[in-house]
Ligand binder design. Structure first.
Ligand code: FWK
Length: 483
């Protein structure tokens, strides 16, 4: 399938909408004129893009949980609790796994079973099955903006329903909701799916409605080097801007070394701006989101709060616009509303204590920013070259060539030739670069940093470092030190 990084012509887009809205009965309730009218009436404090813009202006970091249960009344109860008791600044609706695979029949069954059982029989909120009117009930029941968070390669119908339903942000992207989430969705298909979602946001923007888009930063959430996740975020930001998206939140998942985590956010924000400017997209509101630790969590709740507080510290010192909150139930699964609220409270305690503080520009910080930017530029510039100047085509070719390569990704379209490991301070480095287009200097730098650790631990630089690092945090350490 031919892909092109070009804004979808309105007529072509409207034609495709007919087909998308017909894929499930609730699609027929989406009426763009009615949706624009409804969204125009939403107060600013319920608009995701506006709340992020305000936070960026004030230099504050907002706290947002993940949360989703199958039934509307229970979901409203949950979100109100996280708003009132937890103190959330922004609200999610985490979408269930069936909806993420467009398996709406099972979504329907999941709703019936949850109603019958009196408890959640699915791991999220099936927004497509519930439809526009019920999504609006949620927006009307809370005082905060609502965002769809999920992992859907084909989010076209979901995007139509949630935006018409008053949810003013959608998370995801052609790479970030495909490669880490699906085994066999071709990149060219997910690029087209997400160009549609972004074009829908572009249509709302052309009609005076601000809607935020948030590429999923952490990807597989397992030892992902900052330049890999930053490259993906910037590529998805550029693809979104071409379709008319004006509010973009680029994200990053905490890796654990405080200096590298702050550097990653600083590099991400400035390089996103650099590439958007370079390709002539102006007037874009760029914000950042820091995801608290996405890897294995300690089962002990007190230790879990330690991890949550470290992530909050990194987000605050980095000056991220938003932080995604974990809960003390992370090691077990879907949290209770109480556990979810306590994760937010712990996070906001740290954010408030650090409100007036930022990581200072030390040599270590500036050097790490430069390394991340240099690695990221190598990847993005090569992707554009492979595409003959077209970013969409270059992304397809980039994955085929292993120029973009995400560690531990399930997708069969991911090369899987690169391998990460931590250096002696816990920074994520490249143990193997596979076909990543790094300069010799960058490869030598990464090798040198891993040799420092190997010498310190009297071990070889090898894959065992990676294996030990994968399990370290669950065991209460950052670096998987040789026993
Ligand atoms: C991206 C993965 C993250 O999403 C979290 N998650 C997934 N579904 C839900 C859910 N339904 N409620 C709260 N958190 C959730 C999960 O715990 C993990 O931290």
């Amino acid at each position: 399938m031919k892909v092109q990084n070009k804004k979808i012509p309105l007529g072509e887009f409207m034609e495709e909408r007919e087909e998308v809205l017909a894929t499930w009965p609730t699609g027929k309730d989406v009426d763009l004129e009615d949706a624009i009218d409804y969204l125009k009436k939403l107060p600013d404090h319920k608009n995701f893009a506006k709340k992020l813009e305000n936070a960026k202006l004030k230099g504050i970091t907002l706290a947002q949980p993940r949360a989703g249960v199958p039934l509307v009344d229970k979901h409203i109860e949950l979100l109100r609790y996280l708003q009132d008791e937890g103190g959330a600044d922004l609200l999610p609706s985490t979408i269930d796994a069936y909806t993420r695979q467009n398996r709406y029949e099972e979504g329907e069954r999941g709703i019936q079973e949850s109603a019958r059982a009196g408890r959640a029989m699915m791991n999220g909120f099936p927004a497509v099955n519930h439809g526009v009117a019920r999504c609006r009930e949620i927006v009307e029941a809370v005082n905060l903006p609502v965002q769809a968070r999920h992992g859907t390669p084909d989010s076209r119908l979901l995007a139509e329903i949630i935006h018409a339903g008053g949810w003013t942000s959608n998370e995801g992207g052609a790479i970030s909701y495909n490669i880490p989430y699906a085994k066999s969705v071709p990149i060219d298909r997910s690029i087209k799916f997400w160009q549609y979602c972004d074009r829908l946001v572009g249509y709302y923007e052309e009609n005076g409605i601000s809607i935020n888009r948030e590429p999923f930063g952490p990807l597989t959430g397992t030892l992902v080097p900052p330049s890999i996740s930053n490259s993906v975020a910037i590529i998805e930001a550029l693809l979104a801007a071409e379709q008319g998206v004006k509010s973009i939140t680029v994200g990053y998942g905490q890796c654990g070394n405080l200096n590298q985590d702050v550097a990653a956010i600083r590099a991400l924000e400035s390089q996103t701006k650099y590439y958007l400017d370079k390709f002539g997209y102006d007037g874009i509101l760029i914000t950042t989101v820091f995801h608290q630790w996405m890897g294995g969590f300690p089962a002990d709740e007190a230790r879990a709060f330690g991890v949550i507080s470290l992530g909050s510290t990194a987000a605050a010192l980095a000056g991220a616009t938003k932080v995604i909150v974990k809960t003390p139930h992370e090691a077990f699964g879907i949290p209770t509303k109480e556990a979810n609220a306590s994760g937010i409270k712990a996070t906001k305690m740290v954010l408030n204590l650090l409100a007036e503080q930022r990581m200072l520009n030390s040599n270590a910080l500036l050097n790490e920013i430069e390394i991340i930017k240099a690695e990221t530029s190598c990847i993005i510039d090569k992707v554009i070259e492979l595409g003959g100047g077209d970013l969409a085509e270059g992304t397809v070719k980039g994955f085929e060539a292993g120029v973009i390569d995400i560690p531990f990704a399930p997708s069969k379209y991911n090369a899987g030739l690169m391998m990460p490991a931590r250096d002696n301070e816990g920074n994520i480095r490249f143990l193997m670069t596979g076909n990543l287009p790094f300069t010799k200097d960058l490869k030598d730098f990464n090798r040198m940093k891993l040799e420092e650790r190997a010498n310190f631990e009297y071990r070889d630089v090898d894959f065992q470092m990676t294996v030990d690092d994968v399990f370290a945090v669950g065991k209460g350490r950052l670096i998987g030190r040789k026993e």
